[in-house]
Design a protein around this ligand. Structure first.
Ligand code: AMP
Length: 114
């Protein structure tokens, strides 16, 4: 998937502000943060969206969530709480076709979201 922006971040051909990684996941700051802490956690493997996740991906979403926990711990906001968001498809305004977990925290977040 050489045309995929987030695959290029995984392979290092496009720079990103990487904050953490695990065997199968990578975390980096979102370039247009919507909260004081806004990190994207992605699988290193190309998966187009959450709608494509299947049992043969072997618990990859667990890996994303566990890396998000570690990042929010490191950022000092885990105890206060945070939001995990997976946008899927055009109505959710998904703009990068590589599964990514938005991890937002560091302030009181509106609910319901806009
Ligand atoms: P979504 O709208 O759910 O597809 O989210 C894509 C996110 O990727 C947006 O919040 C963008 O700000 C973010 N983004 C796009 N390009 C980059 C990049 N090169 N580095 C970090 N974040 C990015």
């Amino acid at each position: 998937m050489s045309e995929c922006l987030f695959c290029k971040i995984v392979d290092g051909t496009i720079p990103a502000a990487i904050v953490a990684e695990s065997e199968r996941a990578l975390a980096f700051y979102d370039v247009a943060p919507q909260a004081p802490v806004h990190v994207l956690v992605i699988p290193k493997e190309h998966i187009t969206s959450a709608d494509e996740v299947a049992s043969d991906h072997g618990g990859v979403v667990d890996d994303l969530i566990m890396l998000a926990q570690r990042v929010m711990d490191d950022e000092g906001v885990r105890q206060q709480g945070y939001r995990l968001v997976l946008n899927v498809g055009p109505d959710a305004q998904m703009s990068v076709a590589h599964l990514h977990l938005h991890v937002l925290g560091g302030r009181r977040l509106e609910w319901p979201p806009g």
